[in-house]
Design a protein around this ligand. Sequence first.
Ligand code: SAH
Ligand code: SF4
Length: 428
Amino acid sequence: MNIHESEKIAGILEDMGYSECADESQADIIVFNTCCIRDNAEKRALGNIGAVKHLKKINPQLILAVVGCMTQQEDAGLTLRQKYPYVDIVLGTNNLFELENCINKLRNSKKKSVLIDPNERPEVREGEKVYRTSGTNAWLNIMYGCNNFCTYCIVPYVRGRERSRKMVNILDEFKRLLDEGYKEITLLGQNVNSYGHDLADGSSFAKLLEEIAKIEGKHRVRFMTSHPKDLNREVIDIIAQSPTICNNIHLPIQSGSNKILQLMNRHYTREYYLDTIDAIKSKIPDCGITTDLMVGFPYETEEDFEDTLDIVRKVKYSSAFTFVYSVRRGTKAALMPQIPPEVSKDRITRLIAEQNKITKELSKTYEGKIFEVLCEDKAPKKEGFVCGRTDSGRLVTFKGDESLIGSFVNVKINKSQSASLFGDIAEE
Ligand code: SAH
Ligand code: SF4
């Protein structure tokens, strides 16, 4: 989501006549698109903002802007202005579209801007310019914001309530992206399964997927993120039946302990989650299932953590994003008693080791088989090799040249190494 938002920022700048430069020392403008989901993301953003101060001395005309989630936190605008007085423009998540005006104001009258609109339900904007950077895949927002208020999470505070785009606008953009040659489109939302609930026209995620599945052509559709409480059987059936919607579901569980799930305000139990997983596996046997996991949430005991390990063993995720809980100011969990960092550190190490073991085992099952891969890019640091993903979302590296990028190829997997799969283009 952050990447796609940066593409929108770049779209605004491109429209104003700016173009991408190779190095920040050559830049006329630097925009920091911040994230505050965890403390380390925020620290990194602040570190990066601090690291360009010297550039402003070399080039006093350089424009520095800070946008994104971090700016929308309470007092963030003020703190940024005090700590980083050389920043010219600070925009909240609802004010991004004002970037052009702010740049013009700065150029014409040297006036700095700090605009942070606290509106929790701003109007959904359409027709935004996008400077796409993601190769064969294009990101497509279907909704903004979140209503869930998981007790650890800052997103609802900095991104406001759920606002869905009208289905017709999403479908239009989808078709336009295919016309432009994108082979894969990823639908984005904090909880895509509640898409349409705020529209009075009966739209739902199932209906949207159904319409998308009707669009003919050779392309792939992915979506993220699904909330386990809302991913229903109808959606699973549509994925199972559609050749274009990938057999790949990201279903963040966070914790395997019912006690912790309740404290997190996730609105599902481990049993309900496992039922959904069973439904997915029976309808879509080759589905790649991935997740987000968190350790060290307040009150998490060794037993609760064992429940998380148990879920990981039961589900057999193809991969997982693993996080140590990070206190976010203003959230409910910030007021709960925190557990010692060394305990979290020990748990995250054990969790990663467990998941790695499973990823490795699953990778072995790919060996000797042929998969259709959408070739996405040159393989990093491997001359003469390219890489792409299977329908289930697994990354495959194989011998080939750049002319393959953007095409579908059948690849026979000969070797696996942890999460990596290696193969050769299969003979016809
Ligand atoms: N809307 C999505 C995910 C949004 S954030 C969902 O509900 O699944 C992506 C992931 O960051 C979350 O799934 C969670 O695992 C992690 N995360 C969010 N807040 C966090 C916090 N305070 N500390 C650590 N991890 C966090
Ligand atoms: Fe955060 Fe929960 Fe919303 Fe995801 S569903 S963005 S974790 S509040």
